[in-house]
Design a protein around this ligand. Structure first.
Ligand code: HEC
Length: 135
């Protein structure tokens, strides 16, 4: 009887060390990164952790961050901010035309004023912001 108990005890030790060892090996050989597919719980976590876009930026934010680079000083012949004389012939073209020219670029004005992450709408509100300051 004693032998049976000992055998069971030894077996238990062996099994538990085997389980521990395989757990350990599994964690050591687990991949460094995991591929998350859309819809996986891990993908959801990644999306939640990403900074939440605060929605479209205001005209002032876009102007201050991007357009003022040229339009504050009038660099490269850019119509200066709040300069009525510089803006009135441009405003006379109509806002729609100004939007198109700001988005596609015109003369020394690069497409989207070099703001590659600006949406068309953000460019439009930035144009509105500059135009209203010059009226
Ligand atoms: C690298 C310099 C530069 C930056 C940055 C820049 N502009 Fe301009 N912009 C110009 C120049 C130069 C002109 C004059 C172009 C011309 O008429 O030849 C101009 C003209 C314009 C016009 C008048 C276009 C027309 O049809 O007369 C608008 C509107 C305008 N810019 C909007 C913007 C907006 C909005 C931004 C920011 C998102 C911006 N610009 C950033 C240089 C710049």
């Amino acid at each position: 009887m004693k032998i049976v108990v000992k055998c069971v005890a030894v077996l238990a030790v062996l099994v538990s060390s085997y389980v521990l060892a395989t757990d350990d090996i599994a964690s050591r050989i687990s991949p460094v990164g995991e591929v998350c597919m859309a819809g996986d719980p891990c993908a959801k976590a990644a999306v939640a952790a990403a900074p939440v876009a605060a929605g479209p930026r205001s005209g002032k934010e876009i102007y201050d961050g991007k357009c003022s680079l040229c339009h504050a000083s009038g660099a490269a012949g850019a119509p200066k901010y709040a300069d009525n004389a510089a803006w009135s012939p441009r405003i006379a073209k109509g806002k729609e035309q100004l939007y198109v020219n700001a988005i596609n670029g015109i003369g020394g004005m690069p497409a989207k004023g070099l703001c590659s992450d600006c949406s068309d709408e953000e460019i439009q509100v930035a144009v509105d912001y500059m135009v209203s300051a010059a009226q």
